[in-house]
Design a binder for this molecule. Structure first.
Ligand code: 5GP
Ligand code: MN
Length: 348
């Protein structure tokens, strides 16, 4: 048996909504990752089994290495079909908001979600959710939203209903949000849940391979270039910076998701505990933060770029030039100097 985690009251509220409503839309955050897609499709397959009319809408495109996931071809992109997506949102009786804590994280789709008349349920694990849903299921101590979807389905007494496809998607989200169970994954119940998912017949080795052995040659060439030419170490701060311009990304024919995981790479270096990746996107600069130990990367993200996220993995956006973004980062190093200098990689 696993512990309950989700409050019984919330389970009853979701059950009541599902008994009452047929038309459901599931939405996620912008640039959806493995957990956003995994939790959405895990829930999608389950709700389809129950006989609901379900659609998944994401704000914009998601990486190729997630497109093998069962149901992924059914996902609508708001950016590509805004009017159709808007109609689905308007018509929805019930909207599940997965893996984000504030409407702003759904980018252009945020206002449409807020304006939609259907009842809303949030299932998420980011700290400090805003009060934009009728039911808020938020547990930052749980390492993935996909795990929360597993818990939600089980608590509704429907483990038996969960299909192989649903289990496969849930496992994918749990795996990607923990770096294949290498961080945020010391809770024994994660492994109990994996056992339960294996009983559904999932092929966890194949899932790993589908996600992590599925990159383009261009990505690997770009990774080599980035580590060789574009990585700066700040030894006194135990920090590293990597940065990529639009031009460099174009040179390596970067596709969506090709730089996924780059922010984690410098953490493999002894004595680097904080890694910052600044990347030019189309009309803004995207910054990713990763830390080890106690350093609050999310506080750094919030203070320097008005961003946020988890203690060890967070992000933010910046409107301006690459030089300005780097200058803000370097100023941040000084401001967080005490914490950074005293941080350590944990040894146990
Ligand atoms: P990534 O670096 O993979 O894009 O994001 C890592 C984590 O940081 C995400 O799971 C999310 O929690 C958070 N995050 C990323 N970008 C932003 C942002 O612009 N604002 C906020 N508040 N959080 C972000
Ligand atoms: Mn997540």
């Amino acid at each position: 048996m696993i512990s309950k985690v989700i409050a019984s009251q919330k389970i009853s509220e979701v059950k009541e909504l599902l008994n009452k409503y047929q038309k459901i839309v599931i939405v996620t955050h912008v640039s959806p990752d493995g957990d956003a897609i995994g939790s959405s499709l895990g829930l999608y397959h389950y709700l389809c089994e129950l006989g609901h009319d379900v659609n998944v809408i994401v704000p914009n495109s998601f990486p190729e290495f997630l497109k093998w996931m069962p149901g992924s071809s059914e996902i609508f992109e708001y950016e590509k079909y805004p009017e159709f997506a808007q109609k689905l949102l308007n018509d929805a009786e019930l909207i599940f908001c997965l893996d984000f804590n504030i409407p702003k994280r759904a980018y252009l789709m945020g206002p449409a979600i807020e304006a939609a008349k259907g009842k809303k349920v949030l299932v998420d694990h980011h700290p400090d959710p805003s009060d934009f849903c009728d039911v808020t299921i938020s547990y930052p101590e749980i390492s993935s939203t996909s795990e929360l979807i597993f818990r939600l389905i089980c608590r509704m007494g429907d483990f038996e209903v969960m299909s192989y496809d649903s289990a496969t998607c849930i496992y994918t989200g749990m795996m990607t949000d923990t770096g294949a169970f290498t961080y945020n994954s010391n809770n024994a119940e994660i492994y109990y849940i994996i056992g339960e998912l294996l009983k559904k017949g999932i092929n966890k080795d194949q899932i790993y391979s589908n996600v992590y052995h599925n990159y383009s040659e261009d990505r690997y060439r770009l990774m080599g270039y980035t580590l060789q030419e574009k990585m700066k170490i700040y030894p006194e701060y135990h920090t590293s910076l990597i940065w990529l311009t639009n031009e460099e990304q174009m040179r390596y024919n970067v596709q969506k998701g090709d730089t996924e995981g780059f922010a984690n790479l410098p953490l493999n270096i002894k004595d680097v505990f904080f890694s910052v990746f600044i990347r030019e996107d189309n009309d803004f600069i995207k910054i990713s933060f990763r830390s080890q130990g106690d350093f609050p990367s999310n506080k750094f993200a919030a203070q320097c770029y008005n961003g946020g996220g988890h203690l060890n993995a967070s992000g933010g956006e910046f409107k301006g030039t690459m030089e300005e973004a780097i200058a803000i980062f370097e100023k941040g190093l000084v401001e967080f100097s005490d914490l950074l200098k005293n941080n350590k990689k944990k040894t146990k």
